[in-house]
Ligand binder design. Structure first.
Ligand code: HEM
Length: 510
């Protein structure tokens, strides 16, 4: 079924409109023919028109057009589309990430920027992150004696625990291990639903079919559980604030404390913050903060295992700088310049939010000479842009050195590399997410040597990507961990640096 393109033909969009048979592909965004989109982009240029069901959509695959959309015409293109799933989980557009552009979004984004994404706030959670990384390292130590370490699973648990502590001031898996809690599973189900696609996303007039397929019921069930979880925590926090057991100390405040205080202080805030607004922001933080950092860690370890000399260089750096201090702390991160390049390269090669979040234009406009009608959906294919051979030398190769001395960074100024998006709707949680990745990665490289499971060689490492809102690895990263300090204990006569050299040499000989 093909509908009117919605694009006026004064200058036709090459090569379109492409009509993707979405009916056969409704289950999951991951099944959208992403790789073929990449090929089409290569063949047909930087701007492609697709007709996804009833929704006119353009896919942007070049930095020039991305810059037109997210810089020159940012104001016209900074709306988010409204789908059934987005509406539900954003409490009808009450949040930051999925709300329509306008006064409400501006107020919420300002509140976020001032109160929870600021450098000061990010630093106030330093202890939380360092504690949870310590828990991660201890859990890895315990599990590595018996079996392979499932890093994918542990990274997710760690990021979920960090988010819970930042938001609610407590951990939900209280056994002191890096384990799953029931909230963890719930968050993962919701993220999957967000990445999935119901028929209503592409054929709004057929939205009722979601009831028959069971999608609607699943949506309602998960939303209800998440909402009940938030309600319980809000009630508990309100009670403790009423009893004046709120911490008072800004260093110890959790994000829900901050939101509840802002709600009380609505005169200063300039608008009234409702309970739905608060729950919508909590949803943003859970969905934005959990899966993304875990996926970056998962891909970084995969690439480091594929490139042992890069692994050695990163380990040498961290061990050389930290010496026998026993752990990496956040104060040390500034010195770990190579580690930062490694993370940049992971973000380039495995763009974690491959299509960014979808945008929509609020009025008719002209981009690169093409007329684009109001309400056209825009997907920026940041994944394809950061692997484009016209922009990157050997784009499929993991090579952190390419960023050495380069002015290109991920802060939204360089459109060939936009893993956090750009413009008004750029990710505000970048700092919060990156510091988790840095501190966790630095510590796992410092504390362990990593080996592939017995009988496996580097060519066997699976790098198949699963496309959802977040780009995951098809198979989990399971590795053999050799704790450095155990080796040290067994031969205490040899100085630490000799050990480091010896261990690094054994790593390099792989
Ligand atoms: C570290 C990994 C992360 C990555 C790769 C990432 C990526 C993104 C991307 C690509 C967007 C869409 C930008 C656009 O449309 O131009 C986005 C938006 C957003 N992210 Fe992140 N993000 C990360 C971490 C976080 C964290 C930790 C939080 C919150 C705790 C967060 C909260 C948000 C919010 C609220 C938005 C919506 C902004 C708006 O629409 O105004 N993100 N993120």
């Amino acid at each position: 079924m093909v509908f009117n393109s919605g694009l006026r033909s004064r200058r036709r969009l090459p090569p379109g409109p492409w009509r993707i048979p979405v009916i056969g592909n409704l289950h999951h965004l991951g099944e959208l023919p992403h790789r073929s989109l990449h090929c089409l982009a290569e063949k047909h240029g930087p701007l492609m028109h697709l007709q996804l069901g009833q929704i006119p959509t353009i896919v942007v695959s070049s930095p020039e057009v991305a810059s037109e959309i997210m810089k020159t015409h940012d104001l016209e293109f900074c709306n988010r589309p409204s789908t059934a799933v987005f509406k539900k989980f954003s409490y009808n557009g009450s949040d930051i990430s999925l709300s329509k552009y306008g006064e409400h979004w501006r107020q919420m984004r300002r509140l976020g920027t001032m109160e929870f994404f600021s450098t000061k706030r990010v630093q106030s959670f330093r202890n939380v992150r360092e504690d949870e990384v310590h828990v991660l390292i201890q859990s890895m130590r315990r599990s590595c004696t018996q079996s392979l370490v499932n890093l994918s699973e542990m990274f997710l648990c760690m990021t979920n625990n960090i988010t819970c502590r930042e938001v609610f001031g407590k951990r939900f898996s209280d056994d002191g291990e890096c384990n799953r809690s029931k909230h963890h599973d719930l968050v993962m189900e919701v993220i999957e639903l967000m990445g999935g696609s119901s028929i209503g996303n592409f054929f709004p007039s057929l939205g009722w079919l979601s009831v028959i397929t069971g999608f609607q019921a699943k949506l309602e069930r998960n939303f209800k559980k998440m909402d009940e979880f938030f309600e319980r925590e809000i009630e508990e926090h309100c009670l403790s604030l009423m009893n004046d057991q709120g911490h008072g100390d800004q260093q110890k405040e959790d994000l829900l404390d901050v939101l509840l205080k802002s709600q009380k202080d609505s005169a200063n805030l300039g608008f009234s913050l409702t309970r739905d607004h608060i729950k919508a922001i909590l949803m943003d933080i859970f969905l934005g903060g959990t899966d993304t950092s875990a996926a970056i860690l998962e891909w970084t370890m995969t690439e480091l295992m594929k490139f042992p000399s890069t692994m050695k260089k990163a380990q040498d750096e961290v061990r050389g700088i930290i010496g026998n201090k026993g752990k990496v702390e956040e104060n040390d991160l500034q010195q770990l310049q190579y580690l930062k390049l490694v993370i940049c390269e992971t973000l380039r090669l495995h763009c974690i939010v491959p299509f960014l979040l979808p945008r929509e234009n609020s009025k008719d406009c002209k981009v690169f000479g093409y007329d684009i009608s109001k309400n056209t959906r825009v997907l920026v294919n940041a994944w394809a842009i950061s692997r484009d051979p016209k922009l990157w030398e050997n784009p499929e190769v993991f090579m952190p050195e390419r960023f050495e001395g380069s002015t290109i960074n991920y802060k939204g100024q360089h459109f060939e590399f936009i893993p956090f998006g750009a413009g008004r709707r750029m990710c505000p949680g970048m700092q919060l997410g990156i510091v988790i990745v840095e501190i966790a990665l630095a510590n796992i490289l410092y504390h362990f040597n990593w080996e592939l499971p017995f009988g496996m060689c580097y060519e066997d490492i699976d790098t198949t990507e699963i496309f959802g809102v977040v780009l995951h690895k098809k198979s989990p990263v399971c590795l053999k961990a050799k704790p450095i300090h155990q080796i040290l204990q067994h031969s205490s006569a040899i100085p630490f640096n000799d050990y480091i050299n010896r261990i690094s040499a054994s790593n390099a000989s792989h």
